[in-house]
Design a protein around this ligand. Structure first.
Ligand code: SAH
Length: 452
């Protein structure tokens, strides 16, 4: 339960930045977090929430500005909340992330180590190859945007500066044509209208796009004319899929799919391996940085033709397939069945014969392999945000692969897991890669080798 509090205004000075990019301040000896305030800045702020132990506040007026502050190029950056660092100079964002990884390793993992500079992007905008936006009728206008934090209110967005430019354009055309053909967005409360979300995926290689129309019905009036005109007006659309989701749920995609135009998938290449991407496939969202991440991970793994490599938490097999040309064999393990099917198909389509993929929990799988006497020379692991688990890590410590490459999307769980691995492994290098510029997220590649 939130305690009752009175909104008050006061001046603060920022003494540091929290992991989620807020400015850390003190007021009457109580610590607080201010959205968008940078180190050393002074501001008049107003509380948005307060307890006896902590306060949260927003800036009312900046009293003294940091020279690291830049004008955010996006007009809705403060209400959208998706790009928490857009007001910070990009080179400073990279330093913030480097420091964040270093601090996490020290505080959580008890690891004192130099963290390499973050590998950044030349142009840190318009990088996402996938967008998914809800549609909503706001004052009679069809709007698309992001949900405000912890709500289903939409912040209307015309141009998103981290999304693909094609996608913004296609969305505008979709909204125009929906109006023309009287196709309404779905209203969760009134249960009227038909279109819930629009998902657009872009292929960097082919410069074409897949549109997924998520609707709450299997068919709707005007659909055929709408599709015909949409593909005419937006020639970069190579395929359109309708996904039906009739459930009352926060999950965007439903089970049922129908191809309305084209092949039902797009293709993209990463490090010269071709991947088929359908509506539901997992594919890294920043293709330019993904290539840098994978190249770094594979280079650090130093794979030779005698090595059997485990690609743990492999998704659609991207890392393993790219590494396969260097290895004797690659084995991938992934818990999502559809991703494993994609991985197997990707191996086949690329004529890669030395890669196998299994659907299992990574810990269970490595345990079974160990019991059967199979061990791996090199392990590349890329777990989700919650990190790996004791089962997986304890078998690693028993079987002692000569190298472990840990790719992490959360420095806190990375630090927790490294604390376990460092008993037997030496940490050779820690290199963050900026997969999500302007946001607080940071990806890190850690290279570990068996202690002699
Ligand atoms: N390496 C891939 C995917 C990384 S995302 C890539 O770069 O594209 C992490 C993956 O771990 C997801 O595909 C998720 O489905 C999978 N996963 C989550 N928990 C798992 C578990 N316990 N065992 C195996 N895979 C798991």
């Amino acid at each position: 339960m939130k305690e009752k509090f009175k909104k008050v205004q006061f001046e603060v000075e920022c003494i540091g930045m929290s992991n989620d990019g807020k400015g850390i301040c003190y007021h009457e000896n109580i610590p607080g977090f201010v959205d968008g305030l940078l180190l050393n800045e002074k501001a008049l702020v107003e509380t948005t929430y307060r307890t006896k132990q902590v306060f949260y506040a927003k800036i009312i007026k900046l009293i003294n500005k940091s020279d690291k502050r830049v004008n955010p190029i996006c007009p809705v950056s403060s209400s959208c909340g998706g790009c928490q660092l857009l007001h910070l100079d990009y080179q400073e964002q990279l330093k913030f992330k480097q420091n964040r990884v270093k601090e996490c390793l020290k505080k959580i993992g008890d690891i004192e180590i130099d963290v390499n500079e973050v590998i950044g992007m030349d142009i840190p905008y318009f990088y996402r190859n996938k967008i998914q936006m809800p549609l909503k009728l706001v004052k009679g206008q069809i709007c698309s945007g992001f949900y405000k934090e912890k709500s289903h209110d939409i912040v209307p967005i015309e141009i998103c500066y981290i999304e693909n430019k094609d996608a913004d354009h296609i969305l505008l055309t979709i909204k125009k044509l929906m109006k023309k053909y009287r196709i309404l967005p779905y209203d969760e409360d009134k249960r009227t209208g038909v279109i819930r979300h629009i998902l657009i995926r872009n292929s960097l290689m082919n410069q074409n796009n897949m549109v997924v129309i998520v609707s709450n019905v299997d068919s709707f009036p005007g659909r055929n004319d709408f599709i015909k005109e949409l593909t005419k007006l937006e020639p970069s659309i190579s395929t359109i899929v309708q996904n039906t989701n009739k459930r009352d749920t926060n999950v965007i995609l439903g089970e049922k799919e129908k191809i309305l135009f084209g092949k039902g998938y797009i293709e993209d290449k990463l490090c010269n391996v071709l991947f088929k991407i359908s509506a539901k496939s997992f594919f890294q969202v920043n293709p330019v940085q993904t290539e840098k991440l994978y190249k770094l991970a594979i280079e650090k793994a130093n794979i030779s033709k005698n090595d059997t490599v485990l690609d743990a938490y492999c998704g659609i097999g991207t890392i393993g397939l790219i590494a396969s040309t260097k290895a004797k064999q690659v084995i991938g393990v992934e818990i999502e069945k559809s991703a494993v099917i994609d991985a197997l198909n990707n191996a086949k389509n690329n004529n890669i014969k030395n890669a196998l993929f299994y659907c299992d929990d990574a810990g269970e799988f490595i345990l079974k392999q160990y019991q059967e006497g199979k061990i791996f020379d090199i392990v590349i692991m890329d777990p989700p945000r919650k990190g790996s688990d004791e089962k997986f890590l304890s078998i690693l410590l028993k079987t002692k692969p000569k190298k472990i490459i840990y790719i992490s999307c959360d420095p806190a769980t990375l630090a927790r897991d490294l604390k376990i691995l460092k008993k037997t492994y030496q940490i050779n290098s820690v290199t963050p890669v900026d997969m999500f510029p302007n946001t607080i997220h940071v990806e890190t590649v850690v290279c570990l080798s068996k202690q002699k």
